[in-house]
Design a protein around this ligand. Structure first.
Ligand code: NAD
Length: 502
């Protein structure tokens, strides 16, 4: 493989929209001469003027040196015809998301630029292999998928189609790094890495809403407590339900209608009703002036109730944490480290972490289940569900125990896998399938999810904390409950359990 060096390559950015301008900015900031082209007359010059005003604003706020702003702008030229870009050594396309238009642009580019010019597409959903179809040199076409806003988002997915040469992918990887980005290699499959692995974040919440598990505000609060910056409902409202629904639909169709990716009726109805989220003023939440967002309950500490027998069940980090809290409060307890579940047994009533089964289906009628604890923060919101057979007394008492342990319990319906466990397990499962299918490496998936969608941890980091056996048990229970394709376990995860690697 002969390495390709793009360090000093003149860059042509085609498409002067949101993404194109951002790409032109980062390339110019890294020292490249950049040409910017758009088919809409005057669009490239307008975009350049707008960028200049943005950089001036940063200079005035003291966030950018005046010389740096001037140098960046001095390197960007808006051009009126593509013929002017014959000297480009790297073309980055950020035009409309249509296969035939992208294909014809690259075919045209091949007649203009030198044979060693690298052609990159910023497509977020179209197959790189399909865009390269019909090119004289399909091996030089590669995906260079930036995230919005380009100057701020660190991730670049470097997407190889079937014919992309390893040298071209590596050249884009290297130049992305030189532009201050964190590149991750990906194979061209529907959704690439981020848009694929992130599907369950939306899908599980939409399924929980359909199952009447809880309100959007409660589901958001549970996932925020697990470290996500935004809950899925507020995030879908921000993205726009039309956009989010169409990405889900395209991933579903591109996977030959695999039920794992099935879109949601709940979201379809919002789209049909024009309740698109922030941009329309109403989605799950109202964005009308003065509208208050539903709040979450405040943490109300409690003291441990008295009881006759208290046993910390199970082993591992959570059991140890529960024992530690009881010890610190001077509460008498014993331990049953051989138990096959984790939680507390209080005078025979059970308060246990979900293993994916609904509480009502567990043997002990006096059972309350709680969600995965991915945070150690005091007062964190935690989903809890009582068995439909649990006594009123135990339902109330279980909440007091959780508050005494330092959590804010919020009641949800008795749905299998609750909220955080179900969502995070499905994110892990999707990431495991992506690795199993050679889309990316585990490290690549972790970096992509943390940098592309700001997840608090990567799916494989969660897997390391929770352990593959727990994830597989939870998904198997969901699969048994729902009986369909949706919760089928990735073979990669199953093998991991067999190999005792987690
Ligand atoms: P945009 O609508 O803001 O800009 C697209 C620009 O391309 C427009 O100015 C349009 O006039 C121009 N254009 C259309 N056809 C052209 C052609 N044949 N030749 C030259 N210019 C042409 O779109 P955007 O949001 O910047 O998206 C551009 C690409 O980046 C799409 O492929 C999109 O999927 C991808 N992308 C978008 C985002 C995002 O969040 N917006 C994120 C990642 C990737």
């Amino acid at each position: 493989m002969n390495p390709i060096n793009l360090t000093h390559a003149p860059v042509l950015v085609v498409g002067a929209g949101i993404m194109g301008v951002g790409i032109a900015q980062v390339a110019a900031q890294a020292g490249h001469a950049v040409m910017l082209f758009d088919t809409r007359e005057g669009a490239a010059a307008e975009a350049k003027a707008k960028l200049s005003a943005t950089l001036d604003g940063l200079v005035q706020k003291g966030k950018l040196a005046p010389e740096a702003a001037a140098m960046t702008m001095g390197r960007i030229t808006s051009i009126d015809t593509l013929d002017e870009a014959a000297g480009a050594k790297l073309v980055v396309e950020a035009i409309v998301e249509k296969l035939d238009i992208k294909r014809s642009l690259f075919r045209q580019m091949e007649t203009l630029v030198a044979p060693d010019c690298v052609l990159a597409t910023n497509t977020s959903s179209i197959s790189v292999t399909a865009i390269a179809n019909g090119l004289r040199h399909p091996e030089r076409l590669v995906g260079m998928h930036f995230f919005n806003p380009v100057p701020l988002m660190k991730l670049v997915e470097v997407v190889s189609g079937l014919q992309t040469s390893a040298a071209v992918a590596q050249a884009i990887f290297d130049v992305s790094k030189a532009w201050g980005k964190v590149p991750v290699h990906a194979r061209s499959t529907p959704g690439f890495i981020v848009n694929r692995i992130a599907r369950p974040y939306y899908a599980e919440t939409l399924a929980l809403l359909q199952e009447q598990a809880a309100t959007p505000a409660v589901l958001d609060a549970c996932l925020r407590a697990a470290g996500f910056r935004m809950g899925p409902c507020e995030l879908m409202d921000l993205i726009g339900h039309d956009t989010n629904f169409s990405v889900t639909q395209s991933v579903y169709e591109a996977n030959f209608f695999d039920k794992r990716f099935v879109p949601s009726l709940v979201q379809r109805e919002l789209v049909d009703g024009g309740l698109l989220g922030r941009k329309s003023g109403q989605g799950f939440f109202s964005y009308a002036e003065g509208a208050a967002k539903p709040g979450v309950p405040a943490y109300i500490p409690a003291v441990f109730p008295t009881c006759r027998t208290l046993v910390v069940m199970g082993s591992g980090a959570l059991a140890d944490r529960l024992a530690h809290s009881l010890h610190q409060a001077g509460h008498a307890y014993t331990r049953n480290t051989g138990a096959d579940w984790v939680g507390l047994s209080v005078d025979g009533a059970h308060l246990r972490q979900t293993d994916g089964r609904a509480a009502t289906l567990l043997t002990n009628p006096d059972t309350v289940v709680f969600d995965w604890l991915l945070t150690t923060e005091t007062g964190a919101v935690l989903a809890v569900a009582p068995s439909l057979r649990a006594s009123d007394t135990w339902q109330k008492q279980a909440q007091v125990w959780l508050r005494a342990l330092g959590y804010t319990p919020v009641a949800v319906a008795d749905v299998p896998g609750l909220v955080v466990a179900r969502t995070v397990a499905m994110l892990i499962n999707e990431a495991a399938d992506a690795v199993h299918q050679g889309v990316c490496t585990a490290d690549g998936a972790d970096a992509a999810m943390k940098l592309g969608v700001n997840y608090p941890a990567g799916p494989f980091e969660w897997l390391g904390r929770v352990g593959a056996p727990v994830v597989v048990q939870l998904l198997d229970a969901l699969d048994a409950h729902c009986r369909g394709e949706r919760y089928r376990v990735s073979p990669w995860l199953r093998m991991r359990v067999m190999l005792h690697m987690a």
